[in-house]
Design a protein around this ligand. Structure first.
Ligand code: NAD
Ligand code: ZN
Length: 364
């Protein structure tokens, strides 16, 4: 089973192809971009050990000369220093890279963001191809063109919009993913269901077992449905002036929990799960969402192994973090709240009392 989805962005439109074994057609896909004789495959050391050979062999078989550039796995590598090292390796490639070269990101969101950023700045912009290998990268970061690195002052503070020329998603890479990483991606899938597509929630509910077991056909369908949602949002609002903000559902409180806990002790997916639970509680309190709808999503998150409560959550410490969020306006916390399952709105009038109640709900 293979699925394909177009991301419509005028002259910068591109195709996302999804299937088991898709990595084997990387060479044909890159050669099909036209004029590409050289590629640099950027990958973290863990993913490279598992999948780089397959990517490079496929490129070579299509007549694309490919070098491999690796960096240590993990968010700590998403820095200007690593980007600089990748650029050094890129410019050291022989024969020298020119404007026709393609940067291939093979890995999770860290690799995609880093390699995309390198592609955006190298020679003022090289073509860029995404081969995501985590569920989070499959359904979220590989589509949309946000690239960048972290700064000590905050995550993703340095970056550029640079759309890929194509995305190839091999769901056969998912079974080697650590279970916690899989669950992290599932939190974003539930998010997509709540913001746009109640039928996606049905699908995840019905197939939870097969999803957790990484069944290839079910994962192809799951990823395709999620990419379709992300693609539609990005096509409508590439630069996040409007509806792209809906993708932040669960992320206002989620990011603050992640920051407060210190990166690593709560995963992004766990934090987003908690953030969605809190946002839904707030929506129920406002009379926007029914209690049974919020309960249904909580049950689903629980079935996927995601957390619903966080004992001891300290609201006083959380509030200033939310107020200083990149997406807050003049200290006013901005939240995305569901009006039913499948539809959300941005709310700029959330009060401190409401936030406190939502945090209290999480603290249990
Ligand atoms: N650009 C965007 O729009 C966007 C959206 C969401 C998140 N992000 C970014 O994505 C990053 C998180 O991405 P992530 O969760 O994919 O993390 P990641 O890239 O660090 O991958 C997680 C871990 O899984 C390993 N791994 C990856 N694929 C594997 C596989 N198939 N088998 C075994 N191990 C594998 C990696 O080596 C790593 O250790 C964050 O930096 C975040 O800011 C970007
Ligand atoms: Zn997220």
């Amino acid at each position: 089973m293979e699925r394909a989805i177009n991301v419509e962005l005028g002259t910068r439109s591109y195709r996302v192809r999804i299937g088991a074994g898709a990595l084997g057609s990387l060479g044909a896909a890159v050669a099909g971009l036209g004029g590409a004789t050289a590629a640099a495959v950027v990958s973290d050391d863990r993913v490279a050990a598992l999948y780089a050979r397959r990517a490079i062999d496929s490129l070579a078989a299509s007549g694309v000369r490919a070098g491999l550039i690796t960096f240590p796995a993990g968010e700590a590598s998403k820095t200007l220093a690593t980007a600089s090292g990748v650029l050094d390796a890129l410019f050291a490639q022989r024969p020298a890279v020119d404007r026709s070269a393609v940067v291939v990101a093979l890995g999770g969101g860290v690799t995609g963001d880093l390699a995309g950023f390198v592609a955006a700045v190298a020679l003022r912009g090289l073509r860029f191809f995404q081969c995501p290998t985590t569920l989070l990268a499959d359904v979220d970061s590989s589509v949309g063109g946000k690239t960048g690195v972290d700064h000590p002052a905050g995550k993703n503070l340095i970056g550029a919009f640079h759309q890929p020329s194509g995305v190839l998603i091999d769901v056969a890479a998912l079974p080697t993913l650590p279970p916690a990483e899989l669950r992290g991606g599932l939190a974003e899938c539930v998010k997509h269901g709540v913001i746009r597509d109640e039928a996606l929630l049905d699908f995840i509910e019905r197939n939870a077992g097969a999803i957790l077991a990484c069944d290839a056909d079910v994962m192809t369908e799951l990823v395709a449905r999620n990419v379709a949602i992300k693609a539609a949002v990005v096509s409508a609002d590439e630069r996040e002036s409007g509806q792209r903000a809906h993708l932040n559902f669960g992320h206002t409180i989620g990011h603050a929990i992640e920051t407060l806990a210190g990166y690593g002790s709560v995963t992004h997916g766990q934090a987003v799960s908690l953030g969605m639970v809190a946002a839904m509680h707030l929506a129920v309190r406002r009379g926007l969402l029914g209690q049974c709808e919020a309960d249904r999503v909580e049950r689903l998150l629980g079935a996927l192994g995601l957390p619903l409560r966080r004992a001891g959550l300290d609201f006083a410490a959380l509030l200033p973090i939310m107020r200083h969020d990149k997406k807050a306006r003049a200290g006013q916390v901005r939240m995305v709240l569901p009006s039913r399952l499948g539809a959300v709105d941005v709310h700029d009038d959330v009060t401190t009392d409401e936030l406190s109640a939502a945090a209290g709900y999480l603290a249990g």
